[in-house]
Ligand binder design. Structure first.
Ligand code: SF4
Length: 118
């Protein structure tokens, strides 16, 4: 199999030509550096995304707090994560880095606050 994948590891955004089989990446072309290899392999065999959104706040001076997944979740789980977070109400005070949801949607990945709420 082959195709083109945009590497987003840096702002250069190389359009990488990739060739792969059922198990592994075989070759890449048109990448300007070596970092594309791991990114392209991940995009083909285990695509992941960091989810950033907001959740409701109870008893705080603002109604919402921004959050993100502590690491990227499988791309196919993004909507499940968003649906779970839509139901979450975090209790103030909140500090950046506080775990708002543990093991979100069974991914094994926590969701953490990205701003403080008094
Ligand atoms: S291949 Fe290298 S230079 Fe090109 S976008 Fe990826 S990291 Fe940047």
């Amino acid at each position: 199999m082959n195709g083109e994948i945009v590497c987003v590891v840096c702002p250069t955004s190389c359009l990488v030509q990739a060739e792969w089989d059922d198990e592994k990446l075989i070759n890449i072309d048109r990448a300007r550096c070596k970092l594309a290899w791991d990114y392209v392999a991940s995009e083909i065999f285990d695509p992941r995304r960091t989810v950033t959104t907001t959740v409701s706040v109870d008893a705080g001076p603002i109604p919402l707090v921004s959050v993100k997944t502590a690491s990227p979740v499988p791309k196919g789980m993004v909507f499940d994560v968003m649906n779970q977070l839509a139901e979450v109400v975090a209790k103030a005070p909140i500090t950046v880095g506080d775990v708002i949801v543990k093991d979100v949607s069974g991914t094994g990945i926590d969701v953490v606050a990205t701003r403080n709420v008094d």
